[in-house]
Design a protein around this ligand. Structure first.
Ligand code: GLN
Length: 554
């Protein structure tokens, strides 16, 4: 079968859920037996979001192959339950770097390098790589930003050119817009949508379908109006009213018969009947009132919840599995340093310290780890959260409060977390960390091994610093167990405390592999410990079949 393409553009405002819409449609098509992949085109000039502040961009989502990508790729992977590839995220920076590299090599000798055709050709080439790299039959391509942004123009031009080369029956254009609500008159407005479609058409793209997002129900007459003004059939104007749960979006699109319309336009027929039983049960379970499990997330970018998107989702997935509702308290680690928020910490049944970079708020996180250890509160540390658990434990057993990671104190007398020799030579900041999947051998009988029910796992990494092996023996003698190591035994991947109900941390990021209906085993183990600590009557673990097939290894 010739690869089919579905292109998503955004109109009116950003952040209306284009990524979730693409992810949800991907799921609808997968449910009908098609192999799908999703690609995000990001118009910014950074080569990848790896060097951007999470305040600017939200979380950096890491793939198996180590690509540092946009957080929308997390939605794609979670909704469709697929594993994507580095070709699935392109930025303007990558495209230009490639073209300029070729120019310097002399590939275009004699030519003038221009946006059209050189940049647009490179964009089209990279769109073409997805099907090859993933074997996808249908490739969904989302353009970041909204129509009218200066930066996104070359991408939209490339999409325009693709219509004629791919042909109408192989390409579909979906425009996702927003209908503002005027409180005074109590009506939804379609004018901004009309304008953004006009703008899109001035570039040469006529949408085949419009997804109209709104916080209020959208009447049929409004769909008709949008259809009329934007030259789209009424049935191709898809109302998408804000849902309480993100995971309801696929069901909403299903109800609106979007998949039938899409397949029809692409000349395809469903291969199998979609089966939403499990998904619907999941939504029902999410909506069922459940006892609350209160957990503190001690972060640096807590004002922007998107900065911890996958961590929050993984906690929710695990809570669902265990039969409780996540009650997440976002605590700024520097507040703890100022003596604030300790009452909140006192009130929670679990503490999570996620990944991070830079020294701001580090001491607050170490104090949170100390609180968890001494008060026997369940603790899950992810990457930086592990390194700080190690630093805190070191301060205690080595009796030296200057014990630290050399990332935060170059001159620490006890560098318990340090750069590996091969990282010491590197001066570039972009893409030079230990990135992507690495194997980890689990030690029998440990909390980690019991959670995974496996001996060898593979998890995604994104860090520079490692546990300093000079300290392994003394840590072990004092009650820290190295329950996960790289197969050659050189790198510490998981640590856990023996004399504690649950104090476990990972050097990798388990949150990236959690799925709504297949939660990550370490998050589930943490959540159970939380329930035990808080005496929260949760569902018994026996009634959770999904647990048996937890993290799928590649
Ligand atoms: N800053 C730490 C390192 O580079 C931790 C990174 C992270 O938490 N992702 O090793």
């Amino acid at each position: 079968m010739l690869t089919k393409y579905i292109f998503f553009t955004g109109g009116v405002v950003s952040s209306v859920g284009k990524g979730v819409t693409a992810a949800a449609l991907g799921r609808l098509l997968k449910e009908r037996g098609f192999k799908v992949a999703v690609q995000k085109l990001d118009p910014y000039i950074n080569v990848d979001p790896g060097t951007m502040s999470p305040y600017q961009h939200g979380e950096v989502f890491v793939l198996d192959d180590g690509a540092e990508t946009d957080l929308d790729l997390g939605h794609y992977e979670r909704f469709i339950d697929i594993r994507l590839n580095k070709v699935c995220n392109i930025t303007t920076g990558q495209v230009y770097a490639d073209v300029i590299g070729k120019e310097r090599r002399g590939d275009y000798l004699g030519g003038t390098i221009q946006v059209i055709p050189h940049i647009t050709n490179e964009i089209k080439r990279r769109i073409g790589l997805v099907a090859k790299a993933t074997d996808a039959e249908i490739v969904l391509v989302e353009v970041g930003g909204t129509v009218g942004d200066i930066e996104s123009q070359p991408f939209l031009e490339a999409l325009r050119q693709l219509r004629s080369s791919l042909g109408r029956e192989n390409s579909l254009y979906i425009h996702v817009t927003w209908l503002p609500y005027i409180g005074a008159t109590g009506e939804l407005k379609t004018k901004p949508t009309q304008h953004s479609v006009r703008e899109l058409r001035s570039i040469g793209i006529s949408p085949d379908m419009i997804v109209a997002r709104s916080d209020y129900p959208i009447e049929d007459s409004l769909r008709e109006k949008i259809g009329l003004f934007c030259d789209v059939e009424k049935r191709a104007v898809i109302p998408m009213v804000t849902t309480q749960l993100l995971y309801e979006v696929p069901l909403l699109l299903e109800e609106a018969n979007v998949a039938e319309l899409v397949l029809d336009r692409l000349g395809l027929e469903a291969r199998i009947e979609p089966d939403w039983k499990e998904w619907k049960n999941m939504i029902r379970e999410m909506n069922r009132p459940k006892p609350k499990a209160k957990i503190a997330l001690i972060g640096k970018y807590v004002e922007l919840h998107d900065a911890y998107m996958s961590v929050r989702e993984a906690l929710k997935h695990a809570a669902l599995q265990v039969g409780v509702e996540l009650d997440l308290e976002w605590i700024h680690s520097s507040d703890l340093e100022k003596g604030k928020c300790w009452d909140i910490l006192e009130s929670v049944d679990g503490i999570l310290v996620p990944g991070g970079f830079g020294s701001r708020g580090i001491e607050g996180k170490i104090q949170a780890a100390r609180f968890a250890r001494t008060r026997k509160v369940p603790y899950l540390g992810l990457c930086l959260g592990m390194q700080l658990m190690v630093a805190e434990f070191g301060r205690f057993i080595l009796n030296d409060e200057r014990t630290n990671s050399t990332e935060f104190d170059h001159a620490t007398p006890q560098p318990v977390i340090d750069l590996m020799p091969d990282q010491k030579e590197i001066s570039d900041m972009g893409g030079t960390m230990r990135l992507g999947l690495y194997p980890c051998q689990l030690m029998p009988g440990t909390i980690a091994q019991k959670a995974y029910q496996q001996d060898l796992i593979q998890e995604r990494h994104r860090h520079r610093f490692e546990f300093n092996n000079d300290y392994r023996q003394i840590y072990e003698e004092n009650g820290m167990c190295f329950s996960g190591l790289s197969p050659d035994g050189r790198l510490v991947e998981i640590v856990e405390l023996k004399d504690h109900p649950f104090m476990l941390s990972t050097q990798f990021h388990p949150e990236f592999l959690s799925r709504p209906n297949r939660p990550h085993p370490l998050f589930v183990a943490f959540m159970k410990a939380v329930c035990e600590h808080g005496n929260i009557a949760c569902k018994k673990p026996e009634d959770s079949p999904a647990e048996k097939n937890a993290v799928q290894q590649p």
